[in-house]
Write a protein that binds this ligand. Structure first.
Ligand SMILES: [Zn+2]
Length: 137
């Protein structure tokens, strides 16, 4: 209801995204594809009991300017104009979470700068037309 452009909401407990969410961790801009969710990072909403307004409020907040977020000790949410787009994004988030977990085995990976992520978002808008739509970072 807070996002009129959203026509589909996909929620799942995909393993790697949920593993990160169990640590309450955002996915930072460690890889350029993090921009696929519409910003520089993919936030993790705080834990709240499933089915509650508190959880919904936390997810809506974590989704501000984004098309996906993690949910602490729970899973992930991906949204989009269609269910196919939301599903494709959820798969991307799961892949990013898996890569991030692998990269963390060698310690915290270096992060891309805000300028580098803006360049990625520009490329998404011009080369991969329509991949990432939210405007804010
Ligand atoms: Zn759930």
């Amino acid at each position: 209801a807070s996002r009129p452009e959203v026509q589909a909401v996909l929620h799942c407990h995909s393993i790697h995204a949920t593993a990160l969410a169990c640590h309450g961790r955002d996915i930072p801009p460690f890889h350029y594809m993090t921009a696929v969710a519409g910003g520089h990072d993919i936030r993790c909403a705080p834990y709240a009991t499933f089915g509650t307004q508190e959880l919904s409020d936390g997810v809506v907040h974590a989704l501000e300017g984004r098309l996906a977020c993690l949910m602490a000790q729970h899973g992930q949410v991906a949204v989009g104009p269609t269910l196919d787009r939301a599903l494709a994004l959820a798969v991307e988030v799961e892949t990013l979470a898996r890569i991030y977990l692998q990269a963390l085995a060698l310690g915290e990976p270096p992060l891309l700068s805000a300028q580098q992520m803006e360049q990625v978002r520009h490329q998404f808008r011009t080369v991969l037309y329509g991949v990432a739509t939210p405007a804010s970072s």
